[in-house]
Design a protein around this ligand. Structure first.
Ligand code: AOS
Ligand code: ZN
Ligand code: ZN
Ligand code: ZN
Length: 406
């Protein structure tokens, strides 16, 4: 059945001029980093639900992440959050990850969970708090050296709740001071990925509120500083694809935190609310990948695709499997865009033909294609089913309740 469906798919795409073998190669190369915190218990300000079988420490988080990777072939790296994933010996965590076929990905400093940071971390008016926050950033650079991580993902909860609460320009300068100090500590292969968010936990202003502020900061710091686009962090109506295209063109798109949002930073499973937006993000990325400028192509090649989700009510491992599969299928559909067809329509200023050329790709059923890829890679055709029918869900129950949480 699968074979027949795939044969038909291949015939159809080949007739459109799509090189299906090249598409398969690209799908096989495509990887998504999962966040260690997505394996633990999480919740809202109303409640953190404790689930049975949740990993009790960073080592067990790696074990769960390894299952996701083993079944999907998609998630070979895991982002860590410090101090949520603080361990005495990062070399040991790294070897544990490597023994499971994983690598440690981005290191995320945590500057929002201590009382000292209530009024800001690197932008706090108290110099001692700013020092402590900057020291934590430097500590994370050291951890990244031990874990072999290239990227440091930086999100600051810094902001204010009321007009006049803080001096916005002063805080902007303190932010720059701290980030410059961190930048100097990077090795030449490391990158600082600067995340922005329009609001929350600050409800009046956030020190890095949008991509322009993150971009400006990155420009001031240097080439190793780039912007991180968290898909949940925009004001309603923002055109994320446009931001992505703009940053690609400026060679400053460092990576993504994928998730879905309906209202604000809901951190829901990516691809569940607006899969078309995700597809259009990949259209912009593939457009950049085909650019004649080598610098742009190199920039696109080094984009870090990461998930940033908190699974409040979902089972953690299935939520992660669903997420990486959703991203993979959006990417696969985007690979079916015929860029010559789009260019020809643009040439003629044929608005509807151009739109059709894009949307058409998203309407193909890529299931047979993804099945074929998994078969060729020796992966289960249906990773979710493979997980649910494996012994793993039962085995982890022995961990009990009350595992790691934020
Ligand atoms: C917060 O809203 C951000 O998305 C950060 O990336 C944060 O570090 C992560 O979500 C873990 O809470
Ligand atoms: Zn209320
Ligand atoms: Zn994020
Ligand atoms: Zn967020």
């Amino acid at each position: 059945m699968t074979d027949k469906a795939y044969a038909l798919f291949e015939e159809q795409q080949t007739a459109r001029g799509i090189d299906v073998e090249a598409v398969k190669r690209k799908i096989k190369q495509f990887k998504i980093e999962t966040p260690s915190w997505g394996y633990g218990d999480s919740g809202t300000r109303f409640k953190v639900f404790q689930k049975e079988g949740v990993p009790r420490d960073p080592f067990e988080k790696m074990e769960d992440a390894a299952i996701v990777h083993r079944l999907t072939g998609l998630a070979p790296t895991v982002a860590i959050h410090i101090p949520w994933d603080k361990v005495g010996d990062y070399g040991k965590l790294r070897s544990h990850a490597e023994s499971l076929g994983l690598q440690i990905g981005a290191v995320n400093p945590n500057l929002f969970q201590e009382d000292d940071y209530m009024l800001g971390s690197v932008t706090n008016s108290d110099a001692a708090v700013r020092r402590k926050a900057t020291d934590h950033l430097l500590e994370c650079v050291d951890i990244a050296k031990e874990t072999g991580s290239r990227d440091l993902s930086l999100w600051f909860a810094d902001g204010t709740n009321y007009p006049g609460q803080g001096d916005i320009r002063q805080r902007k300068n303190w932010m720059q001071e701290a980030l410059s100090e961190m930048y100097k500590a990077l090795t030449k292969d490391m990158r600082m990925l600067i995340e922005y968010k329009c609001f929350e936990p600050g409800f009046y202003h956030t020190d890095l509120a949008d991509w322009g502020m993150a971009y400006n900061m990155a420009l001031k710091l240097g080439d190793q500083a780039q912007v991180l686009v968290d898909t949940g962090h925009h004001l309603p109506g923002a055109n994320i694809e446009h931001i992505v295209a703009y940053l690609i063109d400026e060679k400053r798109l460092g990576g993504f935190h994928f998730n879905s949002r309906k209202y604000a930073d809901d951190d829901l499973i990516v691809g569940t609310v607006n899969p078309y937006e995700l597809f259009l993000i990949f259209y912009q990325i593939l457009n950049g990948a085909a650019d004649s400028d080598e610098g742009i192509r190199r920039g696109v090649d080094s984009i870090a695709y990461m998930l940033d989700q908190s699974h409040n009510i979902e089972q953690k491992i299935p939520a992660m499997i669903r997420s990486v599969l959703n991203v993979q299928s959006a990417y696969a559909k985007a690979l079916l865009i015929d860029h010559r067809e789009v260019a020809a329509a643009q040439e003629k200023n044929d608005v509807l033909a151009a739109e059709h050329a894009i949307r058409k790709a998203s309407e193909f059923d890529v299931t047979p294609l993804l099945h074929a890829v998994r078969e060729e890679e020796g992966l289960p055709i249906d990773p979710m089913e493979a997980y649910l029918t494996s012994s793993y869900p039962e085995e982890i129950k022995a961990r009990g309740k009350g595992g790691a949480s934020w």
